[in-house]
Every structure is written in structure tokens, then in C-alpha cells.
Design a protein around this ligand. Sequence first.
Ligand SMILES: *Cc1c(COP(=O)(O)O)cnc(C)c1O
Length: 231
Amino acid sequence: MIKENIEEVKKHIDNAVNKGKRNADVVTLIAVSKTKPVTMLKEAYDAGMRDFGENKVQEIMEKYDKLPSDIRWHMIGHLQTNKVKYIADKIYMIHSVDSLKLAEEISKQAVKAGRVIPILIEVNIADEESKFGVAPSDAEALIRSIAPLPGVSVKGLMTVAPYTDDPEDNRTYFRALKQLSVDITSKNIDNITMGVLSMGMTGDYEVAIEEGASYVRVGTGIFGARNYAVG
Ligand SMILES: *Cc1c(COP(=O)(O)O)cnc(C)c1O
């Protein structure tokens, strides 16, 4: 089932790549495996997936040792500064950086681990009260403050678009995130690149790809609905 789901999602990705006149090799599918057991992740791995997204430090720690070491683990959820130390040597990329304080802690732990951690700046593109992320108008200032930190490298932007039944509703938000990345690129800030746009989930990843996504984060579309009661 998981294998078929992945094939289905990839077909939709190809269609969106064509429709948006994008380059196929710049779109990467992240399998969002939060709440799902290791057996299901292994199934996705065997079907070719190597990028997995999780939103809890504890869960990454539990799954990390039980699965192959060539998996790229993406932290996509809100991250508390006191937990960064547990994943600094494990995580491939952190998508959810929205404060200087968090970036400073990631940098500190990365230096300790002898590496530079790629990060994305999470932007609350629709200005939703319930969402994490920096306001679009504050993104550049935050990025300028993070740029000198030795242990992190800003690679782009991430957003969680509003929940909607009609993915077309989010097109303007995806377009706005793309435009923000273009604006920030034009500032030529040292140490900063904006090549990565992490946007689009099960309900709207095709629209996100048409508008420039390079990472799409798909959970339900691969693993089925989440059951938080038993998860
Ligand atoms: C859970 C989650 C996803 C995946 O959501 P689906 O709708 O199941 O595809 C993507 N991004 C973030 C940040 C998430 O927390």
C-alpha cells in the first residue's frame, strides 16, 4: 500500500513539474512519518524513500537507530532550544527555524558536533495566529542576524500553508513565499542562499510545486491518516 501511494504521489509530482514548467530534479519528496511505526518507514525506505520528516525530537531519537543510516532526517516541527542537543548529530536539515535564539542554539550544538547544519527559515506566510514562523516582513532581519553564526547555513524558506479543502486557495501564499525568497536573494546576504523552498503537504503539494517548491512534505498521502490516540 505504501509503495503504491508513493508511486501515486510521484506521478502527481511529475504532472505538477510539467504543468509548472519546473525542473524534475529540483523537487524532492519528503515522507512525513510522524506518529507512524518504524515498520511503515521501512516499507517506504524499501520503496526508495530516503528523505523522512518528523516533528518531534523524541520520535526522531526512537526511530533513528532502528533504520538505515543513509536516511536524511528532516525536522519539520516546532523545536525547543533545550532539545536541539539530542538531534544535532542526526538531523539532515531543520525546516522550522523562526527565532535567533533557536538558530544560536542549533549553531552552538552543530559546532560541538563538528558540523554545519542546513536550516530553513519558517515563515508564517498567511499571518495565521495559530502558526509558528516569522512574519514575512521580519524574515530578512532575522536572516541577517542568523547569517554570521558558524554552525548553521540558511538554505531557504519553509511554510505551512493554511488548512483548506481547495488547494487553489493556497496558490497566492506559495507564490508569496517564492517572491519573498527572490527578494531576499537580491539582497546578497553573506552566507545565505535561498535555493530551497519547503512548501506543500498532502492537500496542496501540486500547487506548491507549480509555484516553486523544492521540498514537498507528504504524510497522509503516503502513510494514510494519522491516529494520534494510538500514535
Ligand atoms: C504533518 C506535517 C506535514 C504532512 O501533513 P500531511 O497533510 O499529512 O501531508 C507536513 N508539514 C508539516 C510541518 C507537518 O507537521
